[in-house]
Design a protein. Structure first.
Ligand SMILES: [Zn+2]
Ligand SMILES: [Zn+2]
Length: 154
């Protein structure tokens, strides 16, 4: 049954990360750390692949790495290892959905034609409609307001 336990911890961590990411986006990235997030909200006048915003991948790698290290090095803390796995999986999902699918930084796949993919695309589009730090909407990525899933009336 241990495998089930570890699988559950991993899954719970992936889900929890959506909330952590939402909080971090709303209160840190649109707060104190706006200096790193700002260029993600502005038109790209500077040529180049990377944004300052990409620093957040490194920021989120820290709790993940810490979980791996403590989980494998400290006796009794092995379940923490799977929290690290969950954070990594979320990071990968975030990268694939936010950076590849929504922002098309890599042309790996085009518009996905499902109600869910269209809904989260619409929600993130609403988030990007604002170029300022204040009064943002829709900070989540995978869990967004149901209104974004409703079909627009013709
Ligand atoms: Zn933002
Ligand atoms: Zn974005």
């Amino acid at each position: 049954m241990q495998i089930l336990f570890y699988t559950l911890i991993t899954l719970a961590s992936v889900i929890a990360m959506e909330f952590v990411a939402w909080l971090a986006h709303k209160y840190l990235m649109h707060g104190l750390l706006w200096i790193w997030h700002e260029d993600h909200h502005k038109p790209h006048e500077v040529e180049g692949f990377f944004e300052k915003n990409d620093l957040f991948f490194l920021v989120f790698a820290v709790p993940s790495a810490a979980s791996y290290i403590i989980g494998s090095a400290v006796p009794g803390y092995f379940p923490l290892f799977f929290v690290g796995v969950g954070i990594s999986i979320y990071g990968l999902i975030y990268f694939l959905i936010h950076d590849v699918y929504i922002h098309q930084r890599f042309k790996w796949f085009k518009q996905l034609d499902g109600w869910y993919s269209r809904g989260i695309l619409r929600a993130h589009g609403a988030h990007h409609a604002k170029q300022e730090k204040e009064d943002g909407v829709s900070f989540g990525l995978l869990l967004v307001h149901p209104k974004y899933f409703r079909k627009k009336k013709k």
